[in-house]
Design a protein around this ligand. Structure first.
Ligand SMILES: [Zn+2]
Length: 368
């Protein structure tokens, strides 16, 4: 897979400053050169993470993202510039990263990570960076990493608060030990909750830092002692706290042998699948955004039912003869809504799914 890698030029001035660090040297630089890291998600986290990893001389980067560059993301997605708007993120990222360091091998997959492709996409890499922004993807990456027995570096941002953790389910807890279900306060993604570029950028940078730390520890045979620890940063007060995540003996993923882990789809449809369903008919749309978002744009025939109503225990009456698709702006609130239905036995429905990537994915991929 990585046989086209150019030889490492140790004399290259590019790496001299980092190689001077104690514990780095030629051994460290070779380790980076021979390493391959998968970055899932090229948003506010993935942007600085990939830039720093390629700049540092990580030999192979795998980029996985199905989206296109959107102008509303440019304030935090510093991999991209104005001229990239509308381009596939993986293609624009490849150009930018090769301009940064032409020796990086880039493997680009322009699609969303899904249960059907996760094993294939991730199996060739030494380490996985989870730079996605929703729990559906976080869980899928966690489960695939556990199945493949690979370490994963997770980060998330909620307004001014960032969370960072490295997991390797063969040696530590996993993300599902920490969050068996998506926590209510972390459900909104950046686009909905609002975020400053440097806040999410700090977390992506820390992911890159942890990745380099992991590779250097491996190269020098020292232990990487960050596994199974959650770091919480408050970028408003500059406070940082950390705590160990205990392994949950009842964890649905890491308590079982890797070969028994099955990657599951969280009852979701893609934008393209929704377009087909709408053409076929017999589908109802439950829109869980706020009134003002609904007023701006909604799919014809949708029912507006903001997420907070579901959280207050108010559920709509849904016609059982239809398949219902819950949608929101980016697929985060809709996943939470789906879980609220599933948790409520009286309201549980078989034919209920949510729209992955939300209406923004639908509008950019189907309507364009
Ligand atoms: Zn676990």
């Amino acid at each position: 897979m990585h046989n086209m890698k150019p030889a490492l030029k140790l004399q290259e001035i590019r790496y001299q400053t980092q190689m001077r660090l104690p514990g780095f040297g030629a051994t460290g630089q070779f380790a980076l050169h021979n390493a391959s890291i998968a970055c899932v998600g090229l948003g506010g986290l993935g942007s600085p993470a990939c830039l720093y990893l390629s700049a540092a001389g990580v030999g192979t980067l795998g980029l996985i993202d199905g989206d296109r560059v959107d102008r509303s993301n440019l304030h935090r997605q510093i991999l991209f510039n104005n001229n990239d708007v509308g381009r596939l993120k993986v293609e624009a990222a490849r150009d930018r990263l090769l301009a940064q360091n032409p020796d990086t091998q880039i493997e680009a997959f322009s699609c969303d990570l899904a249960p059907s492709n996760a094993t294939e996409f991730l199996s060739g890499f030494d380490l996985i960076l989870d730079c996605t922004d929703n729990f559906g993807a976080n869980y899928l990456i966690n489960d695939a990493a556990a199945q493949l027995k690979k370490p994963v570096i997770y980060a998330s941002v909620s307004q001014y608060e960032g969370r960072l953790a490295a997991f390797d389910s063969t040696q530590s807890a996993c993300l599902r030990c920490l969050y068996p279900a998506p926590p209510k306060n972390l459900v909104l993604n950046c686009a909905q909750a609002g975020v400053l570029g440097p806040v999410v950028g700090t977390m992506g940078t820390l992911q890159a830092n942890l990745a380099l730390e992991f590779l250097l520890a491996q190269a020098s045979g020292t232990s990487f002692n960050r596994l199974g620890r959650l770091f919480v940063f408050d970028l408003k007060t500059m406070a940082m706290s950390s705590f160990g995540v205990p392994k949950n003996s009842a964890c649905t993923i890491c308590s079982r042998p890797p070969e028994e882990i099955i990657l599951r789809k969280s009852d979701e449809v893609s934008a393209e699948e929704l377009a087909t369903l709408l053409k076929q008919g017999g589908v109802g749309i439950l829109d869980v955004r706020e009134d003002w978002e609904f007023a701006e744009y909604h799919l014809p025939g949708s029912i507006l039912w903001p997420l907070r109503q579901l959280e207050n225990g108010e559920f709509p009456e849904l016609d059982d003869s239809k398949t219902w698709i819950i949608c929101c702006a980016h697929g985060v609130r809709s996943l939470r809504a789906l879980e609220l239905f599933q948790e409520n036995s009286a309201k549980k429905k078989k034919a209920l799914k949510h729209l992955r990537g939300g209406l923004s994915a639908f509008r950019s991929r189907v309507l364009d």
